[in-house]
Design a protein around this ligand. Structure first.
Ligand SMILES: NC(=O)C1=CN([C@@H]2O[C@H](COP(=O)(O)OP(=O)(O)OC[C@H]3O[C@@H](n4cnc5c(N)ncnc54)[C@H](O)[C@@H]3O)[C@@H](O)[C@H]2O)C=CC1
Ligand SMILES: C[C@H](CCC(=O)O)[C@H]1CC[C@H]2[C@@H]3[C@H](O)C[C@@H]4CC(=O)CC[C@]4(C)[C@H]3CC[C@]12C
Length: 285
């Protein structure tokens, strides 16, 4: 049964005035922000949790390996940052509801939700069985619904509230990698981000997406060298994308610097989605 929706927060004449001044923002771009960040035990999320903490945020992370997210958060706390980490299978709605409530209680609310965690089901389409498809939808799309739906009531009370959904260049364009489910789920993430921006606007909630190209995380270490150079050659920047490049996009979109940016997508793909170098993208088996 759908719950009753409270009246929108914003109506009537615009309020003019400054939220931040340039000197105030130096080194404190996320001062006081309370951030939920999914998937912090490795890859982009691991780098992003430290970067966002370093810019003044309190960041609560999550992981599937028991104890891993908490252990990493302890390392960040030892550096003087405000961080926490909990075990949570984000594909399990009830587990997410508990995780979100735990984090909201710990931080005293939630201002930002960054849907970074994801795990694709990969196979050539003709060989993609229903289990692989359902696994990918559960772990690339359903988990975004779970986290955003559970966090929504807290965001309505948040300060400069916003959601970031991490998609992929494959959500924008097909590729020669065997990833039909990954493409479908990441394309749906783009549509969901625009819709949540529309429904969140009256409640002061922004929503944006990020579409990374190939990011050189630990998981990519065993990609054959000729394939790796093929993938980078397809980027106009001709430089491998580092996990921190995605984390910088999170930092900007989460901050009040992006207060007038919503329903937007930021490609962090070395130029792949906007221009071609003529070089072929290598196929990732
Ligand atoms: N690495 C790449 O080349 C690209 C990555 N992306 C996207 O960027 C985001 C981050 O990617 P990476 O850091 O490379 O991923 P990763 O595989 O290194 O890390 C993903 C994290 O999410 C967690 N996770 C996955 N499913 C989960 C679940 N059901 N419950 C709890 N935790 C779960 C994993 O345990 C892991 O900690 C993902 O959304 C990915 O789809 C998009 C395009 C390219
Ligand atoms: C094989 C990777 C998943 C490994 C795993 O965790 O099981 C895929 C994770 C992200 C994918 C890449 C991403 O979607 C961006 C690129 C999209 C594109 O157009 C070319 C293929 C990608 C490099 C794509 C390849 C598969 C991943 C690395």
């Amino acid at each position: 049964m759908a719950q009753e929706v409270k009246a929108p927060k914003i109506s009537g004449a615009p309020e003019f005035g400054k939220w931040i001044s340039p000197e105030e923002s130096v080194g404190q771009r996320l001062k006081g922000k309370k951030i939920l960040l999914t998937g912090t035990t490795k890859g982009v999320g691991h780098v992003a949790q430290e970067l966002l903490c370093a810019h003044g945020a309190f960041v609560c992370g999550s992981g599937r390996t028991p104890g891993a997210a908490a252990a990493y958060a302890d390392e960040l706390k030892a550096k003087g940052y405000k961080a926490a980490g909990f075990d949570c299978d984000l594909a399990d709605y009830e587990a997410v509801k508990k995780w979100v409530a735990q984090c909201a209680e710990l931080m005293g609310g939630i201002d930002v939700v960054i849907n970074n965690a994801s795990h694709p089901g990969m196979a050539p389409f003709e060989a993609m069985d229903v289990e692989t498809w359902n696994y990918g939808i559960r772990n690339e799309l359903d988990l975004v619904y779970n986290v955003c739906n559970c966090a929504w009531p807290y965001l309505k009370e948040g300060n400069g509230a916003n959601i970031i959904i991490t998609s992929s260049t494959v959500g924008l364009q097909g590729s020669n990698s065997p990833q039909a489910c990954h493409a479908a789920a990441k394309g749906a993430c783009l549509a969901l981000a625009r819709q949540l921006a529309a429904e969140g606007g009256p409640f002061g909630i922004r929503c944006n997406s990020v579409t990374p190209g190939l990011v050189w995380t630990e998981a990519m270490a065993n990609i054959p060298k000729e394939m790796a150079s093929g993938l980078v050659a397809a980027q106009t920047t001709q430089r491998a994308i580092d996990p921190i490049d995605i984390a910088y996009a999170y930092l900007f979109l989460a901050s009040d610097e992006a207060r007038q940016i919503t329903a937007a997508n930021i490609p962090v793909d070395g130029g792949c989605s906007g221009a071609t170098t003529g070089a072929m993208q290598g196929e990732i088996a």
